[in-house]
Design a protein around this ligand. Structure first.
Ligand SMILES: Cc1ncc(COP(=O)(O)O)c(C=O)c1O
Length: 387
C-alpha cells in the first residue's frame, strides 16, 4: 500500500491526526461519560433557527445559490456587526463560508502558499497550523507565556519571528485553548507591526462575544481602517449552537470581493440557501439565546475553577474569554495518560494540551459550555480523582 501514499502530495500525507481525537477515541463509548473535550455546548440548535431553515426547504430553496452568500444574510451580518462593534459596516465586506474552519482555509489560500510563513501564537487550536501545512505554508509558533495571572503574548517575540518569508500573523483572541484575550493596546501594537512589515492579519474572533467581563472582546474592528490587511474569520457554530451546520463567514476589505468569491466557487461553490435562512434568523433573533448561553458558560466556568482549585494541585489562568479551562496538575507531566485516567476514573472527557502545539504539553483542556448540573458533577468527579 506504500505506493499509494508515496504518490500523494507530502503535505496531505504529513498532516497529523488531530490530537484531540486520540483521547476521544479512547473514551467515546463510555456510558455516562461527561464530554468536555470538544468545543461545543450541549444544546441543539434552537427552534427559531431550524424552523427558518425548514421553511426554506419547504419553499424549494434547494438550488445553486449566491457564491458570496445571499444578500439578505450578508446584510444581516453587516447589521449585526454594526450593533456589536458600533461601527457602520457594508454588506460588501461579508462572505458566507462552509464553517469557520473553511473561512480559515480560504483566508490562508488567499494569503499564503508554498514556502510562505505565518506566525501563530501557541498554544492554539491545532486545525489552524495543520491547515497552513496542507497549503504548503509553514506555521511559525510564537509561544505564549503562562503565569497564574494570565497567559501573555510577548510582542517582541512576535516581531523577532518575522522573516522575509512571513506573509501573515494569525491572531486568535479570545484564544482557544488558553482563554487569553488581547487588550486594545496589544491589538494596536500587533496592527502596527503588520502595517510596518506589510503583513496580513488573520483575525480569528470566533469567541469575540464569549467574554466574562463586558459584552465583547477588544477587536481589530475597534482600531483598523477598512482597507487594512485584515481577514476576519468567524462562525455561526458557537454563539447559536450551530456546530453541525458548518457555517461561518469571512469579513474582508470589499475590494477583495471577486477573489474571495472565486475561492468559494472553486471549493464549495456556496452554502445551501435554506441553511442561510437559518443563519439569518440566528443573527436577527438570536441575541437572548446567546446571552443565556454565555451566562451558563460563566457559571460553569466558575464552578469548574472552584472545584479544581480546591484540590490544591491544579494550576491555570482564569480564562477571560472563549469556552475552555486550560489547566495542569502538579506531578502529572503526561497529559494524555492523565486524560485517559480521567476517562477511566472520573468518566469525564478532556482534550490533552499537547494537541495545541508549543507550550501546551502537560495541560488539559475542558470545555465548560454545558448544563450547569453536569459541569458540577464532572468537576466533583475530576477533583476527587486529582486529589
Ligand atoms: C479558534 C477557533 N477558530 C475557528 C473555529 C471553527 O469553528 P467551526 O469550524 O465549527 O465553524 C474553532 C472551532 O472550534 C475555533 O476554536
Amino acid at each position: 500500500m506504500d505506493h499509494l501514499l508515496k504518490s500523494l502530495r507530502p503535505e496531505a500525507v504529513e498532516s497529523p491526526e488531530s490530537g484531540i481525537v486520540a483521547v476521544f477515541n479512547y473514551g467515546r463509548d463510555r456510558e455516562g461519560l461527561i464530554p468536555l473535550w470538544t468545543g461545543e455546548g450541549d444544546l441543539p440548535t434552537p427552534a427559531f433557527i431550524h424552523k427558518a431553515a425548514t421553511e426554506g426547504l419547504e419553499a424549494g430553496d434547494t438550488f445553486y445559490t449566491w457564491q458570496r452568500g445571499v444578500p439578505k444574510l450578508r446584510q444581516a451580518l453587516a447589521d449585526y456587526h454594526e450593533r456589536v462593534y458600533g461601527k457602520a459596516m457594508t454588506s460588501e465586506r461579508f462572505f458566507i463560508t462552509g464553517s469557520g474552519m473553511q473561512a480559515i482555509q480560504l483566508a490562508i489560500q488567499a494569503i499564503a502558499g508554498a514556502g510562505d510563513e505565518v506566525i501563530v501564537p501557541t498554544p492554539v487550536w491545532p486545525n489552524i497550523t495543520s491547515a497552513l501545512g496542507i497549503m504548503g505554508a509553514k506555521p511559525v509558533a510564537a509561544e505564549m507565556d503562562f503565569s497564574e495571572n494570565g497567559w501573555s503574548l510577548d510582542l517582541q517575540k512576535l516581531a523577532s519571528s518575522i522573516t522575509g518569508k512571513t506573509k501573515a500573523l494569525f491572531i486568535n483572541s479570545p484564544g482557544n485553548p488558553t482563554g487569553w484575550m488581547a487588550d486594545l493596546d496589544q491589538l494596536r501594537e500587533i496592527l502596527d507591526l503588520a502595517r510596518k512589515h506589510g503583513l496580513w492579519i488573520i483575525a480569528d474572533e470566533v469567541y469575540g462575544r464569549y467574554v466574562y467581563n463586558g459584552d465583547r472582546a477588544p477587536s481589530f474592528y475597534d482600531i483598523a481602517e477598512e482597507d487594512d490587511r485584515i481577514l476576519y474569520v468567524n462562525t455561526f457554530s458557537k454563539n447559536w449552537a450551530m456546530t453541525g451546520w458548518r457555517m461561518g463567514w469571512i469579513s474582508a476589505p470589499p475590494e477583495l470581493g471577486q477573489i474571495i468569491e472565486n475561492l468559494i466557487q472553486y471549493s464549495t461553490s456556496g452554502v445551501a440557501g435554506f441553511m442561510q435562512r437559518g443563519a439569518t434568523a440566528a443573527l436577527e433573533q438570536g441575541e437572548s439565546f446567546f446571552l443565556e448561553e454565555r451566562e451558563k458558560a460563566r457559571q460553569s466556568r466558575d464552578i469548574l475553577m472552584e472545584a479544581l482549585r480546591s484540590t490544591g494541585k491544579v494550576r491555570f489562568a482564569v480564562p477571560q474569554g472563549a469556552l475552555y479551562l486550560f489547566f495542569s496538575v502538579e506531578g502529572e507531566k503526561d497529559a494524555v495518560k492523565l486524560a485517559k485516567r480521567l476517562v477511566d476514573e472520573a468518566n469525564v472527557g478532556l482534550a490533552p494540551g499537547e494537541a495545541f502545539g508549543l507550550g501546551g504539553d502537560g495541560y488539559l483542556r475542558a470545555c465548560f459550555l454545558r448544563d450547569i448540573e453536569q459541569v458540577k458533577t464532572a468537576a466533583a468527579r475530576m477533583a476527587e480523582c486529582i486529589r
